[in-house]
Unconditional design. Sequence first.
Length: 153
Amino acid sequence: MGWLGLGRSASGISHVILPQKSSDDVLDLIGTTNARQHNNAFINLKQRLIRYLDGATVDFHDKLDLSKATAFQKLVWQAAQTIPHGQTKSYGWIAAQIGKPNAAKAVGQALGRNPIPILIPCHRVIAGGGKLGGFFCGLDIKKLLLEIENKDI
């Protein structure tokens, strides 16, 4: 897949950088040259991400830093976290879950701003009718993540 990156704050995991061509590209996106010094902080998460990418069902119950999110984004992301591994739900389903049944488009926008993909599994949210919808890292990555979870799309 390429190079992945993890970022954290004092409050928890703050972002996951999905596949990049090089470690330098990841560091540019993380925005710090000190990232390499903190590799040990992520050993357990790194191991679980590797198992996930190898096709295992993995629980990601890590403490997340959502301090930069709006209240609406937090609701959307929390609803996305309830979608089980290997299943998909629609943007409309998320909207209904958070009590805003006419907000499917806003749900998509909130998911597009998710800084912690995989741990907040926005890739499991698809458009009505079973179409993939969008994904900020590209539909190829979304499809790959769903295939890893043995979900035929």
